[in-house]
Design a protein around this ligand. Structure first.
Ligand SMILES: NC(=O)c1ccc[n+]([C@@H]2O[C@H](COP(=O)([O-])OP(=O)(O)OC[C@H]3O[C@@H](n4cnc5c(N)ncnc54)[C@H](O)[C@@H]3O)[C@@H](O)[C@H]2O)c1
Length: 295
């Protein structure tokens, strides 16, 4: 397999395109937003520079990876001739069902269709296509060039051959694949999101401040990032949608998003990508500054 299309050039899409291109795949990066595609290429360049500074990539790898990347705003052109499509568009079920309906008619008949969804049912996404056995979850972690795990999710109809292909492919990308079954939140987010939601509830109920909550989890549990910082990093809108999927999927109120999270998402305080969430982010600054709203 050599030709891959990645749909969505946001936080995850640019990272997924980066690792495929770095490992010699021809990558068509597709987004409805042309400015987002430009930003993604700049991010990939910057991330390569960081890898070069750390000694984990070379200038040659950077230039050959960049030569492997082509950007498209037209999905039909972008998926033409591809063997695998990895969808990493916004976490919204109607949007993803619509993309997969289009992909089913636009991508070559033998192409595998993977989704990087954090929580939406693979079985449900596969059911809108006529190739459910070729649809699978390929859940990369953020930041994709750094994180080793790929959670691979078998939909109800995914064939074993397709799972084997995606496991082998993940290894080829230098990742560690873990195969799980398709139930709400899979494994990673079923365990992570209730922890993040509980951290937000602790803040909402005034039990502790942002710094205290994150420091307790960092120093007490040896987590590299506190749950509030991690939520900002993932995107509060993404966290909110995942909690809604868990809530609806299990019908259990324990998964309902904290009202504070709902308010922040409604107001557009989405974390790192919006410049403010629980912390505020200034371009180029590494200092972690708590948002004025929580001081
Ligand atoms: N952010 C994380 O930490 C993380 C981790 C693992 C998985 N995910 C999953 O990855 C997916 C993408 O998340 P993200 O954080 O990169 O989101 P994002 O908001 O950063 O980027 C989404 C991109 O999709 C594009 N898009 C929207 N509709 C489109 C369409 N019809 N065709 C092409 N592009 C379209 C948007 O323009 C945007 O650039 C989601 O399913 C999310 O759940 C996110």
């Amino acid at each position: 397999m050599l030709n891959v299309a990645v749909i969505g050039a946001g936080t995850m899409g640019n990272g997924i395109a980066h690792v495929f291109a770095q490992n010699g795949f021809k990558v068509n990066l597709i987004d409805v937003n042309a400015a987002q595609l430009e930003k993604a290429i700049q991010t990939i360049q910057k991330n390569f520079d960081r890898q070069i500074a750390k000694g984990t990539a070379t200038e040659e790898q950077k230039s050959s990876a960049l030569a492997n990347l082509t950007t498209f705003t037209d999905m039909a052109k972008g998926v033409d001739g591809t063997e695998l499509v990895v969808e990493a568009a916004t976490e919204n079920i109607e949007l993803k069902l619509n993309i997969f309906k289009q992909l089913d008619s636009l991508a070559p008949a033998n192409a595998l269709l993977a989704t990087n969804t954090s929580s939406i049912s693979i079985t449900r996404i596969a059911a809108v296509t006529k190739r459910a056995s070729q649809v699978i979850g390929m859940h990369f972690m953020n930041p994709v060039p750094v994180m080793k795990l790929v959670e691979i999710i078998n939909g109800y109809a995914t064939s074993q051959t397709v799972t084997d292909t995606i496991v082998a492919l993940s290894k080829q990308l230098g990742k560690v694949p873990c195969v799980v079954n398709d139930y709400p939140g899979f494994i990673a987010n079923r365990i992570l999101m209730p922890m993040i939601n509980e951290a937000i509830y602790s803040l909402y109920e005034g039990i502790a401040g942002v710094n205290e909550i994150d420091t307790i989890m960092k120093l007490g549990m040896a987590h590299p990032m506190g749950p509030l910082q991690l939520a900002d990093f993932i995107g509060l809108d993404t966290c909110h949608s995942i909690l809604n999927v868990l809530h609806e999927g299990f019908g259990n109120p324990k998964y309902a998003p904290c009202p504070l999270l709902t308010n922040m998402v409604t107001a557009g305080y989405l974390g790192v990508k919006a410049g403010e969430g629980f912390y505020k982010y200034t371009a180029g600054s590494k200092e972690l500054v708590v948002s004025d709203r929580f001081n």
